[in-house]
Design a binder for this molecule. Structure first.
Ligand SMILES: [Zn+2]
Length: 275
């Protein structure tokens, strides 16, 4: 894929994740939305085909707990939003939209709304290779030693578990040399982190910075999602925040080389400092 960034061409999913290369993901969604089923030998009704394809995409995406209340045991949860074919029919007119109207969905922009909790839950689902438990703060009730039954139920996504492994090399490479989040690497203390940066366009000021990831990459124990408003590029502020939380959780302490980040975070200006 060609793009306007200064990085090697993203020839694979791994490189597209490592360099956070939007055009690669645009093309993936285009393939999904415009594909014509083999069963249609005749020139297809493109409107019906793309409606059906987008509906299938929406079903799969929602199976990750999006566009719904997850059911966390704290009040005031928001459902977020994932647009449907019916939504675009209403907004743009039936059959009056194409891939060109919806391509931003492929990089999590456009009409998509996710809560921070949902972002973390998607990463937990990837870490689990295809399922999640409803997030909960209460670990055990009474003498049972276990959370309520509804928090012990596995929610499986519509994506087969074999497909999740393909994401991991790119999510690890994002924190490797040349990756968008290489600042946040914890390899110096023997921890491999898998994650993805995000830079959220903001019409009213500086971009919002995000990062979500889990560690250790091959045997995940913690997922962290960070969202910092108006902090610019996700790799410079959100990813280091997440790395500090993961390191503290997994090691109980912060390595000397990251002590100054800890200081910046404490005084609330990590975003300004960048690195
Ligand atoms: Zn690129």
């Amino acid at each position: 894929m060609n793009c306007v960034h200064h990085h090697p061409r993203a020839r694979s999913l791994t490189q597209a994740l490592k360099y956070s290369c939007n055009p690669y993901f645009y093309r993936v969604l285009q393939t999904v939305v415009e594909q014509v089923p083999d069963s249609l030998a005749q020139p297809a009704d493109t409107c019906a085909v793309q409606r059906q394809n987008l509906m299938a995409w929406t079903r799969h995406v929602k199976s990750f707990g999006l566009d719904t209340l997850l059911g966390v045991d704290v009040p005031r949860e928001s459902p977020g939003f994932i647009p449907t074919a019916a939504y675009y029919d209403r907004r743009l007119g039936p059959c009056n939209w194409t891939y060109g109207n919806i391509y931003s969905l492929s990089v999590g922009q456009g009409e998509i709304n996710l809560t921070g909790l949902q972002t973390a839950n998607v990463l937990a689902t990837i870490a689990n290779r295809g399922y999640y438990y409803t997030p909960h703060f209460v670990r055990a009730v009474g003498s049972s030693g276990a959370p309520l039954p509804k928090f012990r139920e596995k929610h499986r996504t519509l994506v087969d578990s074999v497909h999740f492994a393909a994401l991991i090399p790119g999510m690890v490479a994002a924190l490797g040399r040349g990756g968008t989040a290489d600042l946040a690497s914890l390899t110096d203390v023997g921890i491999s982190v898998a994650g993805k940066t995000g830079t959220v366009q903001n019409d009213e000021g500086d971009d919002h910075a995000t990062f979500a990831g889990f560690a250790p990459a091959n045997q995940p124990k913690i997922v962290v999602a960070v969202y910092i408003e108006a902090a610019g590029y996700g790799g410079l502020s959100a990813a280091p925040c997440a790395a500090l939380i993961m390191e503290k959780y997994l090691r109980g302490k912060i390595a000397p080389k990251r002590k100054r980040w800890e200081g910046w975070l404490r005084c609330g200006n990590l975003a300004e400092q960048g690195h």
